[in-house]
Ligand binder design. Structure first.
Ligand code: C2O
Ligand code: CU
Ligand code: CU
Length: 528
């Protein structure tokens, strides 16, 4: 199979996973963790195939999450737009959550709570798959700071991962935590707080999603990751929001497989960042543009107060391009893959440094904010935001662990020369509970890698670009807490992390989903 495959073909024809099995649920059930009642929020989350209308014309086949609230406040579960996107789970810090996950898909899946500090056995790791037609119940305390987190599948079998495929098919949803300190700041909420999930997709003429999977022998997808031809926002094309002349809070998630966005306003106003993956910053940061790598979240403040009704403002992305070879040609029909470029030639090109990721001048519109009403709201942005951010825990004797990001020809990217090998850890992948460490990621490849660590939020301690800062860096926000950090080619990034509360296996990996699926992922173990 050498080309782009429509999702429907894949699911229906069972190209990778044998025949399509229509499921009947609850054949088997398993429960994880010492679950203690009562639960403040009790949900049922089902992953299943469906058809939804995305583009004009025929509906598209997707895989999606739908959910039901068994118990808990009414606002704990709200739909996100009108597409495949998983529902928004709204939690308050301190609540206890229980979710029964039903797998209605024709293959194994898991549900990972990205960014949350949860016990290993409810973390949705590939070592604990949920088989088709079975369910699993997970429960945990919501201990994390107020912020936007998300949930997505994390299956990985002996033949590679299915994160890229399952997420692309539509399995991903947002999870918003609030707490009293955040509430006290009086930031825009209700209709003035918008959750916006950015995902790029390619469709066939018949409106079916197309995915060129990493496991399909495509060198280009392995190297670059899958990139879709158009960007959807909350699963819909041509996103437009009607707003009034007042401040808004935009909670953005990059749910794309590999695309890196560089967010900017089309009228040149500064992008005002108030939060990152792990919640609010200590104070707002203003930039001309802001970089958002796969899996990262950014919290923006924008005031449409000086935009007249009838006018509109666009949030755009300044696109990163693959040097020399950008454009549609690579994805299919007649592109380089179509001409049967061999691995050898590809290697040759990489040696000649022709495959660097660079920033182009192309700007793609993401969301149009149409100002349609006047509002008398003079709310101003507090200049002091979070007061609870940890100071740097790094001391002179803090241990440093080094991870070299490399590449193995014809296989994929590596970390310290290793690739995903199931739930095994090497001697140097064991850390102590309660210990603070510096992890240094050294990128020896020509691709940027958004490196993610499970089960905690970390501080970016230091970023050392090989040849000094470039244009690529002006959008990087290293302040605040993060669970995913972008490491550019020939750069080293040091993060400071503390392994709190839970023993057991966790993961660290590249969140370019095709890199992850092709093995750029490992477990580490927290021991007492
Ligand atoms: Cu969002 Cu291990 O992933
Ligand atoms: Cu994660
Ligand atoms: Cu990567």
């Amino acid at each position: 199979i050498g080309g782009v495959v429509a999702l429907s073909t894949l699911a229906g024809g069972g190209v990778w996973f044998g025949g399509y099995r229509p499921s009947s649920l609850a054949v088997a059930e398993s429960t994880s963790t010492a679950v203690k009642e009562p639960f403040d929020v009790d949900l049922r989350l089902r992953a299943h195939p469906d058809k939804v209308s995305i583009l004009p014309g025929a509906a598209s086949e997707v895989w999606r999450y739908t959910a039901e609230r068994v118990a808990g406040p009414e606002g704990s579960l709200t739909p996100v737009g009108d597409s495949y996107t998983g529902p928004l789970i709204r939690l308050h810090r301190g609540q206890r959550l229980r979710v029964r996950i039903d797998n209605g898909l024709p293959e194994d899946t898991t549900v990972h709570w990205h960014g949350l500090h949860v016990p290993s056995d409810v973390d949705g790791q590939p070592r604990l798959p949920i088989a088709p037609a079975t369910s699993k119940t997970v429960a945990f305390d919501v201990v994390d700071r107020a912020g936007l987190y998300w949930y997505h599948p994390h299956p990985h079998g002996p033949d590679g991962g299915r994160v890229g495929f399952q997420s692309y098919a539509g399995l991903a949803g947002p999870l918003l935590i609030t707490d009293d300190t955040e509430r006290a700041l009086g930031l825009p909420d209700g209709e003035q707080e918008l959750v916006l999930i950015l995902q790029d997709r390619t469709f066939t003429d018949g409106n079916e999603l197309q995915y060129l999977g990493a496991g399909m022998g495509s060198m280009m997808t392995r190297i670059r990751g899958f990139r879709g031809e158009r960007v959807l926002v909350n699963g819909r094309p041509d996103a437009r929001r009607e707003v009034a002349t007042r401040p808004y809070r935009l909670r953005l998630l990059n749910g794309s497989n590999s695309r890196i966005y560089k967010l900017a306003w089309n009228d040149g106003r500064a992008v005002t960042v108030i939060g990152t993956d792990g919640g609010l910053l200590a104070k707002p940061e203003r930039r001309r543009s802001v970089t958002l790598a796969p899996a990262q979240r950014i919290d923006l403040w924008v005031d449409f107060g000086d935009t007249g009704p009838g006018e509109s403002v666009q949030l755009v992305s300044e696109e990163y391009q693959l040097g020399m070879m950008g454009g549609r040609g690579m994805m299919g029909g007649g592109g380089m893959m179509g001409q049967g470029m061999m691995g050898e030639q590809m290697g040759d090109m990489m040696d000649r440094g022709m495959m660097g990721e660079m920033m182009g001048s192309e700007r793609i519109p993401l969301v149009t904010f149409a100002v349609v009403a006047r509002a008398n709201d003079s709310a101003t942005l507090p200049q002091r935001l979070a007061q609870d951010l940890p100071a740097s825990p790094v001391q002179a004797d803090t241990p440093v662990r080094r991870f070299e990001l490399g590449m193995r020809m014809m296989q994929g990217f590596t970390m310290n020369g290793r690739r995903m090998e199931g739930a095994t850890v090497a001697d140097d992948e064991i850390v102590r509970l309660g210990q603070t460490e510096v992890w240094e990621f050294v990128n020896n490849t020509m691709m940027p890698h958004p490196i993610h660590v499970h089960g905690l939020q970390f501080l970016v301690h230091e970023r050392i670009p090989a040849g000094g800062k470039t244009d690529l860096h002006d959008g990087i926000i290293d302040a605040g807490l993060h669970d995913t950090v972008l490491v550019f080619p020939e750069e080293r990034v040091r993060i400071a992390l503390t392994f709190e509360s839970f023993e057991g296996l966790y993961m660290y990996h590249c969140h370019n989903m095709e890199h992850e699926d092709t093995g750029m992922m490992r477990y580490f173990k927290v021991v007492a």
